[in-house]
Design a protein around this ligand. Sequence first.
Ligand code: CA
Length: 446
Amino acid sequence: MFLLLCMCLVGFFAPRGDAQDRAALWRGNDRSGRCQYTFTVASPAEASCPQAGGPEMEAVKARLSTLEALVSRLTDGGRVAGATAADSGAELREAMNRAVGERNLLQGEKERLERELGSLQRRLEEMLRETETLRNTPCSPQTPAVPDGGLMRPAADPAWQQSFQELKAEVTQVPAPEEYTGCGVLASVSEPVTHRKADSIAGKYGVWMQDPEAVTPHGSDTVWRIDTVGSDVRQLFSYESLEQLSKGFPTKVVLLPEPVEGTGGVLYRGSLYYQRRRSRTLIRFDLASERVAARRDLPHAGFHGQFPYSWGGYTDIDLAVDERGLWAVYSTSKAKGAVVLSRLDPHDLRVTRSWETNIRKNGVANAFVICGRLYTVASYAAANTTVNYVYDTESSRGHALAIPFQNKYRYNSMIDYNPTQKKLFAWDNFHMVSYDVRLGRPTPAA
Ligand code: CA
């Protein structure tokens, strides 16, 4: 490059050198517009020249500066290009090194993850094997025990399991209870329905009923009520309907001519039947005429606390009504406290027939009669008690029962059956309640 530059400089100055050997004339214009002529000749010494340069020299200088700048740029450019190439190589090497390092890191991470995956797969296989083992293992012998007549036997006992399966099959095969509408045996008693709560202490216990065979002027809807707490109970309240009883609006209050004892009164065929206070005398009070229609002593009947029900209350004589008529439940000295059941003539109160049962009267809470069968309730205070005994007047035999019965208010002082409504009416600790009963087909054993 330097050689090329020298040749160019020689070529540039060579013609001018020739011209310096001859005289030269320049023509031009000055600032005032006049022509100006300049004549130049070579002199023996440069210092004697009237002018050191001139326009031509200036042009040469300018061209020289241009060439110098060009040479300088070319030399600098080569130097920069070389430096840039060197820098780029270093950067490339550095980038390469980084990439290799990152590749190595990723490779290491991949190997670690592969090791972890292998470990997880081994654990999964172990858990699957354990699950399969548990599935195939028979149940522990510590099975829950089940009651069996007071004994506890493990349910895993094969003999017991067979018996249990047979028993279950028998239970399954028991047919559903048949709907029976005839005069049958008591099958169940519903929960009590509360109709009214008495307003005063006189109503802690009492009697309330509807006449199952009502006669004019009173209908079967009329409700009758006697609050029996007190020493001279005579008020008989009459309500037009159950709804009026619930609202507490009596139609009228009848004053009975003889005071009432106990809670054994009943309504039947237009009359109130009840025990006169401190006596074994039964009274039939006709509701239409409001007069005593009949009165008669119940032969040998205990009274005024001699043979009451378990809760006391002078409940020695309990009257009852069923599909077959009027009954008296009581006891005598001859029966030694056992319940005596007598059928009464509803017109004149004569005893037409009597049965002596084998259950003690003061051992039961109350009694009612359904279809010629006497039923007793075990407890007057237990919330969940039972109808625990039945006596059949047709067979003259009795036996134990266990039909659930609820004393919702824990002090049940009166229970009687209404054969038309198939309900039990009861007076439980200020509350007048009723129960639906379901009857079943009688069997010879019943
Ligand atoms: Ca009764």
